[in-house]
Ligand binder design. Structure first.
Ligand SMILES: Cc1cc2nc3c(=O)[nH]c(=O)nc-3n(C[C@H](O)[C@H](O)[C@H](O)COP(=O)(O)OP(=O)(O)OC[C@H]3O[C@@H](n4cnc5c(N)ncnc54)[C@H](O)[C@@H]3O)c2cc1C
Ligand code: SF4
Length: 445
């Protein structure tokens, strides 16, 4: 395995540079401004893409930003983290014969202008006396809170961490989104009139009865939990992948990187962990996955990216035990896997081959095998679907007046930032309609 090229080594800085004004003008001029544009249909928040691109072409960046804000308050984050190849750019009519329009980078250009020139989203209504609490300041919570504030309602977000932004701040690799972008976007939401209270956890610092007394609606936007247990011996010596990414953003200087790293898992998070290890100095990084490359849950372009980073893959391999020397990992014992008929997820079921033990040497092992279901389901006694919070078509849970959005309700399909943002927008509209149909109940307090 060759070394990481020098220009990449040590660098977790944003991967794509911003477009220059000239490059943005040239790129926006290529757009055909399609009628009933497929790119807009492919965007989960349905941003009017030809319209924001046209405004860039005519030099109206302020107007372009407002078009984006009209559908998506977190356009700066989405411009960076959205899998555009699978969404808007994948649907661009120019993709078939030419290069698709660089929609993500153009959106970032407009959003960077909005940030630099303090362009705030337009308001949608006059102030009301209605009060809403949002739990969690990730993309779903910020989007919902910002939209409710635009309708004129009074919104307070309670966030258990010290900084807002959820996974955009703590979990998304710096190559895609630096922390500062997520934090500035949260500041922008606060400027719409949303109060963000940090270090305030539902279930510890605040209770549901308190919230129900002080607010007319409560929105749970709590995301998911930590990486689940693998249930193998020596697991305490394995690093949690989400903690590993967080440390690469909050304190990369203190982050310990092994020379021979194994990453368990094959989704986007696993690829991010492997990339960080590689970029921050590991000599060899191998991803260990119990199925084959055909069943990997990461995007195709992420898999190609990992290969370009010279990350190795070990398929049909299931970890069974961590080998330790003075509590430090020295290897991972694994069993060979054979694939059978489809399991509950529709993918071929892995069967362990007895007696096929092998040992992969490693001085650091990281696990990135998804996230635990939301703990609040049991704590609040909410109705659930496969461990996720169950909601109706208006995002209301089994408790009247309590809503849920984002990853914590995503029981099917892949979760993504833009879907969380869309949930927040739709839930805010549904809650707003309900609030406006009734007099404020907290007014007299
Ligand atoms: C490592 C990783 C990389 C990813 N990369 C991408 C990507 O590149 N592109 C993409 O589109 N998606 C990506 N995703 C998915 C994306 O980050 C999520 O879909 C999105 O963040 C969901 O937003 P959310 O607001 O529902 O949850 P979160 O972002 O998880 O936010 C939930 C918030 O609620 C807070 N909270 C939780 N419990 C409580 C409580 N009891 N009281 C108060 N606050 C609470 C949390 O601290 C957190 O701030 C990635 C996910 C991971 C794990
Ligand atoms: S599909 Fe492509 S060419 Fe058509 S409006 Fe969208 S970005 Fe422009």
């Amino acid at each position: 395995m060759g070394p990481v090229p020098n220009e990449k080594r040590g660098s977790l800085a944003e991967q794509l540079p911003p477009l220059t004004d000239n490059a943005a003008a040239v790129e926006s001029d290529r757009c055909l401004y399609c009628y009933d544009a497929p790119c807009t249909h492919a965007c989960p928040t349905h941003i009017d893409i030809p319209s924001f691109i046209k405004r860039i072409a005519s030099g109206n960046l302020r107007g372009s930003a407002q078009v984006i804000y009209a559908s998506n308050l977190l356009g700066a984050t989405c411009a960076r983290v959205c899998p555009v190849q699978e969404l808007c750019e994948g649907a661009c009519v120019l993709g078939a014969d030419h290069k698709p329009i660089a929609i993500g980078r153009l959106q970032r250009h407009a959003m960077d202008y909005a940030r630099a020139h303090h362009v705030l989203p337009a308001r949608r209504g006059d102030r009301t006396d209605h009060r809403v609490a949002v739990i969690g300041a990730g993309p779903a919570g910020l989007s919902c809170a910002g939209e409710l504030a635009r309708y004129g309602h009074t919104v307070t977000i309670f966030e258990k961490r010290s900084m807002p932004g959820g996974l955009s701040t703590y979990g998304i690799i710096g190559l895609r989104e630096p922390m500062e972008i997520a934090l500035e976007e949260a500041r922008m939401i606060a400027e719409l009139g949303v109060e963000i209270q940090s270090d305030r956890e539902l279930g510890k610092d605040i209770s549901m009865p308190d919230l129900q007394r002080d607010f007319e609606a409560v929105v749970l936007a709590v995301g998911l939990g930590r990486t689940p247990q693998l249930g193998i011996d020596g697991e305490d010596a394995i690093v949690d992948g989400i903690d590993f990414i967080e440390a690469s953003k909050t304190g990369p200087e203190q982050l310990k990187i092994g020379q021979n790293v194994l990453v368990i898992g094959a989704g986007n998070t696993a690829i991010d962990c492997a990339t960080i290890a590689r970029r921050l100095g590991s000599g060899r990084v191998t991803m260990v996955y119990r199925r084959t490359e055909h069943e990997m849950t990461c995007y195709e372009h992420e898999y190609r990216f990992a290969r370009d980073e010279r990350i190795e893959f070990r398929f049909l391999t299931q970890p069974s035990r961590v080998l330790l020397d003075s509590e430090r990992p020295v290897g991972l014992e694994c069993l060979r896997v054979e694939l059978g008929g489809p399991d509950g997820s529709g993918r071929p079921a892995p069967t362990l081959v007895t007696g096929s033990e092998i040992v992969l040497e490693a001085d650091q092992i990281i696990k990135a095998v998804g996230q635990q279901k939301p703990a609040l389901v049991e704590f609040l006694g909410l109705r659930a679907v496969s461990g996720f919070i169950d909601v109706d078509s208006e995002f209301e849970t089994s408790i009247a007046g309590v809503y849920a959005i984002g990853d914590c309700i995503r029981s099917r399909g892949a979760a993504s930032t833009v879907m969380a943002v869309q949930d927040g927008k739709l839930a805010a509209a549904a809650i707003g309609r309900k609030l406006m149909a009734q007099p404020s109940t907290t007014e007299a307090r």
